[in-house]
Design a protein around this ligand. Structure first.
Ligand code: SF4
Length: 292
C-alpha cells in the first residue's frame, strides 16, 4: 500500500515502562490506535499459527490492575490529543492524514474477553474518553469471538457499544478442520459461529479474516467456499456485518511456516467475495510481497 510507513511495521505491544497500554499506527484504523492489553500473562484460548505474540519470553506480570491501566491510557490519550506523540519515533513517520486518533482497542497478548477485568476496563476507557469529549474516537474490541455470549462479557460489550463501540471479530475458517488447523483452539467451532451470529444480530460486527500460506499452501477452493457459506449464513439469519476485513500475515511470527499470501492471491479471494456479496464492504490488507 502506498501509505505504508515504518510505524505500520512496528506493532510491539510495549511502550516505555507501561504494562498494559501501547500506541500503534494501524492500517486498519487508518490512524493511531491506543491498544489495551488485558492479557499481560500472554495466555490465549486460541493458538493461531500466525500469532505474533512471543510466548517464549516470560511475562513481566500476570495480573490486570485497572487503575494502572487507566493511568497509562490517560497519559497516552494526552500525548495523542496534543500531537506530541508524532515527535516520537516511529510515530514521527506518520503521514499528515494518519495523524489522527482513531480508537482505543482492546487487543493484547491473548483474548481480551478472558480477562475478569474486561467490563471494568471497558468502563474505565469509556470514562476517560468521555471526560475528554472524544466522541469520534471508537472503542474497539478485537476478539476471537469465543466468549461473546458470556454474561460478564456481554456486560462489557453493552458499555463498549454505548460509547462508539465496534466489535472486530475473527473468523479464519469455513470448516471445522481448517479452524482446528489454523486457530488450534479447543473452543468448538460451532460456538464461534453462534457467537458471531448473536453479536452480529444484536450489535453488528466487523468480521476479520486472516488468509495465509501455511506449510506452503493457502486455503483451497473448498475451504474458501465453506468460508463464504459461513458469511452468508450470518447475513441470511439477520446478522449485520458492517465490514469484512481480509488480511494476511504482515510481520514475522514465531512459526516460520506461516507466511503471507501474495497480492494476486488476496485480490482473487476478494474478487470472489465481492461477486458473491455485492452489498458488503470488503477491505483488503496486503502483506509484504517479497516475503510471500
Ligand atoms: S487469538 Fe490473537 S492472541 Fe490469541 S493466538 Fe490467535 S492471534 Fe494470538
Amino acid at each position: 500500500m502506498s501509505d505504508l510507513v515504518p510505524a505500520h511495521l512496528d506493532h510491539r505491544r510495549v511502550w516505555r515502562d507501561f504494562d498494559y497500554c501501547y500506541p500503534v499506527l494501524s492500517r486498519r484504523s487508518r490512524g493511531l490506535s491506543l491498544g489495551v492489553n488485558l492479557n499481560p500473562d500472554k495466555v490465549c484460548n486460541f493458538d493461531c499459527v500466525y500469532c505474533e505474540v512471543d510466548r517464549l519470553s516470560p511475562p513481566v506480570r500476570r495480573d490486570v490492575d485497572v487503575d494502572q491501566m487507566g493511568q497509562e491510557l490517560e497519559l497516552l490519550l494526552d500525548l495523542a490529543v496534543s500531537g506530541g506523540i508524532y515527535d516520537i519515533p516511529p510515530f514521527d513517520s506518520a503521514l499528515p492524514g494518519q495523524r489522527r486518533l482513531n480508537d482505543i482497542a482492546f487487543s493484547g497478548d491473548g483474548e481480551p474477553t478472558t480477562a475478569r477485568e474486561f467490563p471494568g476496563a471497558v468502563a474505565r476507557a469509556a470514562a476517560l474518553k468521555g471526560a475528554r469529549d472524544l466522541d469520534d474516537v471508537k472503542l474497539v474490541l478485537i476478539t476471537d469471538a469465543s466468549r461473546l455470549q458470556a454474561p460478564e462479557v456481554v456486560q462489557g460489550l453493552e458499555i463498549l457499544m454505548a460509547n462508539q463501540g465496534e466489535i472486530w471479530a475473527k473468523l479464519d475458517a469455513g470448516t471445522e478442520a481448517y479452524y482446528r488447523e489454523i486457530c488450534r483452539s479447543r473452543v468448538p467451532f460451532a460456538r464461534i459461529l453462534d457467537n458471531l451470529l448473536v453479536a452480529a444480530r444484536r450489535w453488528g460486527i466487523v468480521l476479520q479474516t486472516l488468509f495465509l500460506s501455511w506449510q506452503g499452501r493457502g486455503p483451497d477452493d473448498r475451504e474458501l467456499g465453506a468460508y463464504a457459506n459461513r458469511v452468508q449464513a450470518i447475513l441470511e439469519q439477520g446478522g449485520r456485518i458492517n465490514a469484512l476485513q481480509i488480511y494476511t500475515v504482515a510481520r514475522p511470527t514465531p512459526e516460520p511456516e506461516a507466511r503471507p499470501l501474495r497480492r494476486l492471491q488476496m485480490d482473487a479471494i476478494a474478487a470472489n467475495l465481492r461477486s458473491r456479496f455485492p452489498g458488503l464492504a470488503i477491505e483488503v490488507y496486503y502483506g509484504p510481497e517479497e516475503w510471500a
